[in-house]
Design a protein around this ligand. Structure first.
Ligand SMILES: [Zn+2]
Ligand SMILES: [Zn+2]
Length: 127
């Protein structure tokens, strides 16, 4: 316990390496990228460490995109795709949803307020 504490303190300002395990295919692909792209990937990893909420947002956007491949009418609250705008609006109106933003975790008192927030803050609107 004491030893690890001392070690931590000593190494405070020396750079450390972050190791990833890649498959051979991933490794080859990475090395085929140009210098700038590689640098960008490392930068993205570093930024996400400081802003882990971006991972949450990226997960949401990823699921949203998958639902959008099925239908353009996707509920921004539970990410279910609907066959028409009417069906989506009916769903939003009658289905009970969690009143917490899936992207940033902010809580709301009504579904309308949450939808308004997702539209204004995260640019995902029900048209
Ligand atoms: Zn929904
Ligand atoms: Zn939010």
């Amino acid at each position: 316990m004491v030893e690890s504490h001392v070690k931590k303190h000593e190494n405070k300002n020396t750079p450390k390496h972050l190791t990833f395990h890649l498959s051979e295919d991933e490794w080859l692909r990475y090395h085929q990228l140009d210098r700038e792209t590689k640098q960008m990937i490392r930068l993205v990893v570093k930024s996400i460490i400081y802003n882990p909420e971006l991972v949450q947002e990226a997960g949401y956007i990823y699921k949203l995109l998958i639902s959008k491949t099925i239908s353009p009418y996707v509920c921004p609250l539970c990410l279910i795709p609907f066959s028409s705008l009417f069906a989506l609006k009916q769903h939003i109106r009658y289905q009970e949803h969690e009143k917490e933003c899936k992207i940033c975790g902010k809580k709301f008192t009504s579904t309308e307020a949450l939808l308004d927030h997702i539209c204004k803050k995260h640019n995902i609107c029900v048209k």
